[in-house]
Design a protein around this ligand. Sequence first.
Ligand code: VGL
Ligand code: ZN
Length: 224
Amino acid sequence: MSLTKLKIKDNIKITQNDALLIVDMQYDFMPGGSLPIKEGDKIIGLVNQLGEHFNKEKGIIILTQDWHPPNHLSFASNHPNKSPGEIYQSKGIGPVLWPDHCVQGTNGASFHKNLRTDYAKKIFRKGIDSRTDSYSAFRDQLKDKETGLREYLIIQNIKRVFICGLALDYCCYYTAMDGIEFSFDVFFIIDATKGVDVPKGHISSAIKNMKKNGVKFVNNESFQ
Ligand code: VGL
Ligand code: ZN
């Protein structure tokens, strides 16, 4: 599934029942960080523009932050004889092991200084339990503990969730899929995200799966 074959919705008018979810715009996911995503920093301007638009139209802006303890089991360094990028699947962890990243309180875990965080009403942190990853902003990979995002969206009467940020095929993808499972109308802002593509082909299977499950795709020009 190539990006060019995606059907892009347009004429989207943002209201107070819409949320913009800005996922993991942290230094460790930017070029020069410990888990760098190619051109991760190139989307900052666009994400800020989206934030401004949603803010102007009374939508709610929410940030997420990957926030791991140093002993997190998604880190290769916490397993004997394992390297980052190695395939590894166990309950709540995988499909690969990662370099140490977004360790609580470190510079790598903080938001890029050019990201406008002032629009955000809430920040949800995830990946705090060392035993399980939490790619989704809604809950961990074991699907047994929620972050509170779903409840917050319901209380705020949010019906549509627009997702942008990093990484397309991990945190954005799992967040989108949970959004669908939790009955939100989910929109993926395809030009305001970048993927890791580990293992190879991961981005295209993520896009295919989202399409199959009813995630809609928009871009920066889709908004009125
Ligand atoms: C992410 C890998 C590990 C992400 C977080 O934000 O997409 N990816 N932790
Ligand atoms: Zn992580």
